[in-house]
Structures are given as C-alpha cells and as structure tokens.
Design a protein around this ligand. Sequence first.
Ligand code: IDP
Ligand code: MG
Length: 145
Amino acid sequence: MAIERTLSIIKPDGVEKGVIGQIITRFESNGMKPVAIRMQQLSRADAEGFYAVHKERGFFKALCDFMVSGPVVIMVLEGENAVLKNRDLMGATDPTKAAKGTIRADFAKSIDANTVHGSDSVENAKVEVAYFFRTTEQCAYEWKR
Ligand code: IDP
Ligand code: MG
C-alpha cells in the first residue's frame, strides 16, 4: 500500500472540548504520523476558500460561521492508505450515523459541529494540504518497517 498524506482539521468544537490529544492519539495509534501541525484561528476568507466546493450548498454559511467560531488544529497526516484510514477513523459526516468508536460518534454533537475534517481523496488531499502548508512546513518522515 502507498504512503499517503491527508489533511486533518480538529474543528472548533473538538478544541473547545479539550480532545486534541485524544484525537491525535487515535491517528498515531492507527499508523499515521503528523508531519505538520498548526493551531490557527481561521479568517472568514480562509474558511470560505477552503470549503469553496460547497459554496452553493444551503449549509455553506453555517459551516463557515462554525469554522471561524474558535481556533482549529490543522495537520498533515502521513501513513499507509492515510486518506481512507482517516475517513474511517472519523466516521460518517452526521455523528448520529457514525459507526461506534469513530471520532465523530464519540465526540461530535451535530452535523455542523462534527469535530473533524478529513480529505476525501488523494487528489483533494494534495489540494487541501497545499491550501494550508508550504512544502517547507511539512516534515519528511522516514518510515521504519
Ligand atoms: P465531510 O466533512 O464528512 O467530508 P462534506 O459533505 O464534505 O462532509 O461536508 C463538509 C462539512 O459541511 C461537514 O463536515 C459538515 O460539517 C457540513 N455539512 C455537510 N452536510 C451538511 C448538512 O446537510 N447540514 C449541515 N452541515 C452539513
Ligand atoms: Mg468533505
């Protein structure tokens, strides 16, 4: 399997709840390593640009309002099959439908405040990683097998 990189965001509700460490532990215990991490208060322009694919959707304004409501933790995760693995660990978008033991099932309150973002394809991961991190801000990690 290929080593991939994916973008993960711990949304304002996850930061507020104090579960940054627990969420990163889930990534690390499932074979993914952060290669870049930054805590940031997103501006409205940051949030709208990041979620531009959803700009015609009814929930776009609420989503951007939520994403600027407090600081987030943005990170690049690296590991085998990282894009899908992260999506599996996150659980479904709607936390009431998320599988038991997933991040959203365990920590999320609602579809708006659903604790984490994760890229949904290798192609989108490249775009999303580049949106937040310069190449020089991403560390190289030598995988020991
Ligand atoms: P994802 O985060 O699981 O990839 P997307 O469909 O890409 O889900 O939507 C981006 C974000 O927009 C979701 O995480 C969620 O917070 C919000 N969202 C998506 N669908 C709805 C909806 O039907 N109502 C309200 N918010 C939504
Ligand atoms: Mg998505």
